[in-house]
Design a protein around this ligand. Structure first.
Ligand code: SF4
Ligand code: SF4
Length: 380
């Protein structure tokens, strides 16, 4: 009989009470569209002009880089606004454009049982840095969803059919050097590239699954909470900065997912020492310009309605975080830049990662070494 470990509980390992479905209108980027206490912030963040200034990282060439990087997401997907269009379209008329395979074909049941590896390989072919699979835990679906439309925000159903019992979760790496410049427009361009790649990869992956004769819904930040799904799919652990930390890239990733009725073999969730390391490392909290990250122990206490009830973790104050973004004129990635797990792979870095998992008593030494080497400093 299979024995279940702490890791095997997936994102459920952080649940300490009843977890009500999360109403997406309470997510921070949606609140300015309906919450009067967020109206001024929303005006500043979504509508006020951002003027370039004579400062490294904030010149016209920097803002143009951001605008270009976001182009696929903004013009062909709009997952931030709610998805369900362009690359995130939920429907497909079933027609192959090329090659001209007749519509309505389906792989055999036997082939479907062994398709998981091919689906993950397709994800990396299309540009995913990491791909994992999980059973769809419906607690992570937004209920209801919330979309930003040309007329404003609107609450909407999130009708994911019961047969959709699986998901592929993908992570795309963000550029290390660009993130080192945070907070600045070049770091924001790395984020924009992440969002554009999320739409590209998940849109193509959904089309691949549909071509196998199954149904698929590609999503960016819309439709369901990505972080718990990524934990369930074995991509990483939650960290003090409120982000998913992966063994390969730390928190320097963006997440997307494809929900499907194609039966997939779920990956095993993982732990690799992040929780213990975060207990002593507070670099993200110390370097957060808006003091939105907790210095204390994980807790189920929340800051505001943008946090999820019933979860024991380091909750982020998304209100103060977004206020800093609006003031700065671009988003921020300091909590990614300074994280010791953010570093690229290499013999020494991989050895330290191994040590964090297998010899956590040495964590203070690893943290001291990270400081001594000057990692995480802003480079612009
Ligand atoms: S994005 Fe910046 S402001 Fe927001 S929590 Fe991270 S470090 Fe703080
Ligand atoms: S900077 Fe340190 S405390 Fe923050 S998420 Fe990374 S490892 Fe955890």
């Amino acid at each position: 009989m299979k024995s279940f470990s702490f890791a095997d509980r997936g994102a459920g390992r952080y649940v300490v009470g009843p977890v009500a479905p999360f109403d997406q209108k309470n997510e921070m980027f949606k609140r300015p569209w309906w919450d009067p206490s967020m109206a001024d912030l929303g005006e500043k963040f979504y509508h006020a002009p951002v003027m370039p200034r004579d400062q490294a990282g904030y010149r016209l060439k920097d803002f143009s880089l951001v605008n270009a990087a976001w182009r696929v997401e903004n013009e062909m997907a709009q997952g931030v606004r709610g998805g369900r269009m362009g690359l995130y379209d939920w429907t497909w008329e079933g027609k192959f454009n090329f090659p001209r395979v007749p519509a309505g074909l389906k792989i055999s049941d036997d082939e479907a049982c062994h398709i998981t590896g091919a689906v993950k390989r397709a994800a990396t072919l299309f540009g995913a840095s990491l791909a994992g699979t999980c059973k769809l835990d419906r607690r992570w679906l937004y209920k209801p969803a919330y979309m930003i439309t040309p007329d404003g925000g609107k609450v909407t159903d999130n009708p994911i059919p019961d047969e959709f019992q699986y998901a592929v979760v993908i992570a795309v790496e963000m550029d290390y050097r660009s993130i080192q410049t945070s907070p600045s427009a070049p770091a924001s361009a790395a984020t924009g590239m992440g969002y554009s790649k999320m739409a590209f990869v998940s849109g193509l992956l959904a089309q691949y699954i549909r071509g196998l004769g199954y149904r698929a819904i590609p999503c960016g930040n819309d439709t369901a909470c990505s972080i718990p799904m990524a934990i369930d799919a074995g991509l990483g652990e939650i960290a003090r900065n409120g982000l998913l930390v992966t063994p390969e890239f730390g928190p320097r990733v963006r997440l997307a997912k494809v929900l499907t009725d194609l039966p997939l073999r779920p990956d095993r969730p993982i732990t690799f020492g992040v929780w213990n390391f975060c207990m002593i490392c507070k670099k993200c909290a110390k370097k957060c310009p808006s003091r939105s990250i907790m210095h204390g122990d994980p807790t189920e206490a929340t800051h505001n309605i943008s946090n999820r009830e019933g979860v024991r973790a380091w909750h982020i104050n998304a209100e103060t975080c977004l206020a800093f973004w609006a003031k700065n004129g671009t988003d921020c990635a300091n909590c990614i830049r300074v994280c010791p797990f953010n570093k690229p792979s290499g013999r020494v870095h991989d050895l330290v990662r191994w040590g964090i998992y297998h010899a956590p008593r040495l964590n203070p030494l690893f943290l001291w070494g990270d400081d001594q080497m000057g990692y995480g400093k802003r480079k612009i």
